[in-house]
Design a protein around this ligand. Structure first.
Ligand code: KIV
Length: 273
């Protein structure tokens, strides 16, 4: 496995992501939810850090992304933004903070921008939420779209299976991507859709398309950090590549610590005052 680190330490902006697409440089994106991990991921060279509402699952132990609140997202995004020097920081708008009407959406987005230091926000949906997207953009807040599998709509789908396999859903997805681009979104996440469709979307719009479970024909990739580092257990969709087994590393380290405490080996004479 090769290690890539950009020499370019300038802050990543939405404009620079657009330039990356134009010159065919792939965009790397991971989720982050706290100061310490965000600092490591930023120093490791990730281009975009997403304070995802997947925090509802991996940080809060919920089975869906629906319960997480705006206050909880703001708490995490604030910690991430403090840690980051280079990456673009995106904060998810949680379920129930933008679907009601565009004024409510704008005030949720303004709270995120005022209170966190994040660079922009992400919202799930196309035509259904376009008024909210437009209002937020007109306030000068950059918006990343999210189409395909939209976990905030899990109760509508009833399953986390691959989306847009049917022609009608694929056509709507392409139309939604164009609508989001026309509205002024700077990028779109496509989650769990056929690779050929994702590539078609990436070729039909000028803004970067970041995929998760959407194949290699798009402009960048995003994964949930806990999944790719092997912290989560028992979640192994086909699209997930595990780059480490941090669960085992922590289990072994903590097991050794417990054994040392129990045996009286820790602390030794050099580890006391
Ligand atoms: O919340 C999240 O982590 C996301 C990614 C899966 C893209 O939206």
């Amino acid at each position: 496995m090769s290690v890539h680190k950009s020499d370019d330490m300038r802050k990543v902006t939405t404009h620079r992501l657009s330039e990356m697409k134009q010159r065919g440089e792939k965009i790397s994106m991971l989720t982050a939810y706290d100061f310490s991990m965000a600092s490591i991921l930023d120093q490791a060279g990730v281009d975009v850090l997403l304070v995802g509402d997947s925090a509802s699952n991996v940080m809060c132990g919920n089975t869906t992304t629906l319960p997480i609140t705006l206050d909880e997202m703001i708490f995490m995004a604030k910690s991430v933004a403090k840690a980051v020097k280079r990456a673009l920081v995106v904060c998810d708008m949680p379920f129930g903070t933008y679907q009601g009407n565009s004024l409510e959406a704008l005030s949720s987005a303004i709270r995120i921008m005022k209170e966190t230091g994040a660079d922009c926000i992400k919202m799930e949906g196309g035509e259904e939420i376009i008024e909210s997207v437009q209002r937020i953009l007109s306030a000068g807040i950059p918006v990343m779209g999210h189409l395909g599998l939209m976990p905030q709509s899990i109760n509508k789908y009833g399953t986390y299976a691959v989306r847009a396999k049917e022609e009608s859903e694929a056509q709507k997805l392409i139309a939604d991507a164009k609508l989001l681009e026309e509205a002024g979104c700077f990028a779109i996440v496509l989650e769990k859709i056929p690779a050929a469709l994702a590539q078609k979307v990436a070729e039909s719009v000028n803004i970067p398309i970041i995929g998760i479970g959407a194949g290699g024909g798009v402009d960048g990739q995003v994964l949930v950090m806990h999944d790719m580092l092997g912290i989560t257990q028992g979640f192994s969709p086909r699209f997930l590549r595990r780059y480490a087994d941090v669960f085992s590393v922590i289990t072994e380290a903590v097991g050794n610590y417990v054994a040392d405490v129990k045996s009286g080996d820790f602390p030794n004479e050099k580890e006391q005052y």
